[in-house]
Design a binder for this molecule. Sequence first.
Ligand SMILES: [Fe+2]
Length: 264
Amino acid sequence: MGFFNWSEKNKLSPTFDWGIHIDIHNHILPALDDGSPDISTSHILLDGLEELGFTHSVSTPHIAAGIYHNDSESIAHSFQSLKDSFLNITQENNVSEPNSLSKAQSIILNGFASEYMLDDQFPEWIEKGLITYPSTGQYVLVEFPYLGKPLQWHELVFEMLKKRYQPILAHPERYQFISPEYLMETLMPAGFKFQLNLLSLSGYYGPKIKQLADIYLNEGIYEFVGTDMHHMFHLEALRKMKQDEKISAKLSDYTFQNELLLLH
Ligand SMILES: [Fe+2]
């Protein structure tokens, strides 16, 4: 069990160490999807990540046919605008208030990947070249639609593996159509690796999802973990979860492999 320290926000509530310092799934880049709408919100969410104990972040904006029309260019542009905004803050603060630099600057923005929906358009993205995590492992974050798995998912994964991409399925605990048996007997042998959403453990997405996340954690099926932070409600819920001793103990006892997704 990790140590605790006193939260800045609430002096009466201890917060616990999750032992997780690299966020590999979030939507804090400005104006790309249903995550941060603008740069100032991105700063608030980044400050929040730092408060939660993160030192590194790889953002993963959505790419989904007919919903989020992002590509490597639009994501790179948003990423750069956020990076540049820190330079602007630094320059402004050097002139007037040298001690009030945004806390967000101390989080290292380790580039970006994307959260691809496995939909009809995905084969085209494979052909063009997928946006991978900054590491050399060709890791790609993917998700299923929430209403049902795509019929052709098996082919899509096969195509990815053929091109030496390693698919990571985001938050498997959140899909109602995936049972533990299906995950372990079908998805895992097909080649997926799995990423836990932190808030699944708190019951934020409902009791059933919490139960599945606990099962998968006990089974050790997760290799990666992320906040999937989109907005202030997620940040507040994560802050609250940081005060939960039992959940924090589960997390700090588990070994995730998030560092595999960063450059070495
Ligand atoms: Fe996400």
